[in-house]
Design a protein around this ligand. Structure first.
Ligand SMILES: Cc1cc2nc3c(=O)[nH]c(=O)nc-3n(C[C@H](O)[C@H](O)[C@H](O)COP(=O)(O)OP(=O)(O)OC[C@H]3O[C@@H](n4cnc5c(N)ncnc54)[C@H](O)[C@@H]3O)c2cc1C
Length: 456
């Protein structure tokens, strides 16, 4: 029986395993060094914040895997010998495979800062990071201040986590405004204000120079690059982005025949079918790097749902129905303290030449929408919504059907999830658009049949 070996028990690896089992009787093994059972990485913050226990982040009962004849193996793989179709574990065990899927995820970036490996310095990615955080920042008596380095989605989550235990936080952000490589100015400024209003010591345009140790080798302070200021702290969180977790494959290349090693770029290079350059070796999830651009998407997408989609897609190929990965329209969501964020389609931080933008912000702050459309054809390109929930299905359909800005505004009531928002803001939004653009768009009433696609 063909043996499918999946390295990595994150969302991409376990989705693949589940779908292979639905489609076939193949022997399946999932390997991970991190935890015995799959858990939801996106929920780690809620464990620290006391909203759930770690066990609650595990969506499947522990006996699910044996019931589905999916073998689990815990251990660290230090090399892949693709010539002999086997994995080599750190303890020397050689483990053969017929087909290998690399689903090894990401690791937090470290940029060679002095002191980056001291005790009390951690990323926020693995379960072990959470355990370290519990050890070094259980409360504000043990941890008098934490410094977070890097202003992205994980950085702001970590700030919220520490804040929930009343630990003072200094947040170092290299950019002049929070996440401004992704967010346009209005949204980025709104989030700066949200961070500050939660009492976080936000330092924009600020880089870390070095982390200093006390006499026991534990973090004692950080030094800032620009001013030389020393900030005393007990914990440093490194959240300056993530990158594919592929260092162990760089070593593996040495053992492979020349020209026959797994091709690596920033991640593991794959074609549209998620196949690497080596026969019977595939890559999915955060670690996969698309050789060929898919629309305007990034070659590496470190998000949950794309990992799940890749797992589902590759299961088809592994089970004999060779299938291309087609991620559909881009969407994403996150939370910045109390402000929920959703994005559908593209709203780049900078407006492109062919684009026109419409921005509305609630006068009390904390809510805004930003719509991007083609200024010539008026085709809808994308929307950012903050503090307001909008329906994914609505915008996905509008993008597929290439609807124009007028259609999207007329049907805002169908898009919105939130009755309060409907009452309060839709009219105001459409009026603002009309007055800025000299149009006469009329809001249509909410239509459940349109929402649930009941009409012809
Ligand atoms: C704190 C946090 C919050 C997030 N929030 C969101 C969110 O709100 N929305 C969203 O879309 N995404 C979010 N993400 C990103 C999302 O969690 C990831 O995109 C997703 O989990 C990646 O899944 P994966 O299957 O590719 O890999 P991973 O989940 O990283 O799993 C890979 C596994 O492989 C193991 N492994 C790697 N190499 C080896 C080896 N050599 N030997 C043995 N085992 C190995 C790793 O230890 C790990 O367990 C968040 C991430 C973090 C860290």
């Amino acid at each position: 029986m063909e043996h499918i070996v999946i390295l990595g028990n994150g969302i991409s690896g376990v989705t693949l395993a589940r779908h292979i089992r639905k489609l076939s009787d193949k022997k399946i093994t999932i390997i991970s060094a991190e935890t015995e059972f799959f858990f939801s990485r996106t929920a780690l913050m809620y464990v620290y914040m006391g909203h759930m226990k770690f066990e609650h982040t595990q969506p499947y009962e522990n006996n699910f895997w044996s019931k589905n004849r999916i073998e689990l193996k815990k251990g660290y793989v230090s090399k892949v010998d693709s010539k002999n179709k086997s994995l080599i574990f750190s303890d020397g065990e050689v483990f053969p495979y017929d087909k290998l899927i690399l689903a090894v995820g990401s690791k937090p970036n470290k940029f060679g800062w002095p002191g980056q490996d001291l005790d009390g310095v951690m990323g926020m990615y693995h379960k072990q990071d959470l355990e370290k955080l519990e050890e070094y920042a259980p409360n504000n008596k043990v941890c008098k201040r934490a410094v977070i380095v890097g202003g992205g989605l994980i950085g702001i989550e970590l700030a919220e986590m520490l804040h929930s235990r009343h630990i003072p936080v200094t947040f170092l952000v290299r950019e002049a405004s929070f996440w401004n490589g992704v967010l346009p100015k209005g949204e980025s400024t709104m989030i700066n204000n949200e961070i500050l209003s939660n009492g976080i010591d936000l330092r924009l345009s600020t880089n870390l120079k070095e982390i200093k140790a006390d006499e026991n080798g534990k973090v004692q302070s950080v030094i800032l690059e620009e001013t030389g200021e020393e900030i005393f702290c007990d914990v440093v969180g490194l959240t300056a982005g993530v990158s594919p977790n592929i260092d162990f494959l760089k070593d593996s290349e040495i053992s492979a025949e020349p020209g026959r090693s797994i091709e690596l770029g920033r991640g593991i290079k794959v074609n549209r079918n998620l196949e690497t350059n080596i026969k019977d070796v595939y890559a999915i999830g955060d670690c996969a790097e698309q050789n060929e651009a898919i629309d305007q998407r990034r070659p590496i997408e470190a998000v949950w749902y794309t990992g799940r989609m890749m797992g589902e897609t590759l299961a088809q190929t592994i089970c004999g129905n060779r299938t291309e990965y087609k991620p559909g329209h881009w969407f994403n969501s996150a939370k910045f303290f109390d402000i929920e964020y959703q994005t559908y389609g593209w709203v780049w931080s900078q407006t492109k030449e062919n684009e026109a933008r419409f921005y509305w912000e609630y006068k009390g702050g904390k809510k805004c929408i930003h719509i991007n459309y083609d200024k010539n054809t008026r085709e809808f390109i994308g929307i950012n919504t903050f503090g307001i929930r909008m329906r994914h299905e609505f915008f996905d359909k509008a993008l597929t059907e290439k609807r124009n800005i007028e259609y999207v505004l007329e049907h805002l009531a169908d898009a919105n999830f939130d009755p309060e928002f409907y009452k309060l803001h839709e009219k105001e939004i459409v009026e603002k658009f009309n007055s800025e653009n000299n149009t006469t768009i009329q809001l249509k009433k909410k239509s459940w049949s349109r929402i649930f696609n009941l009409q012809a």
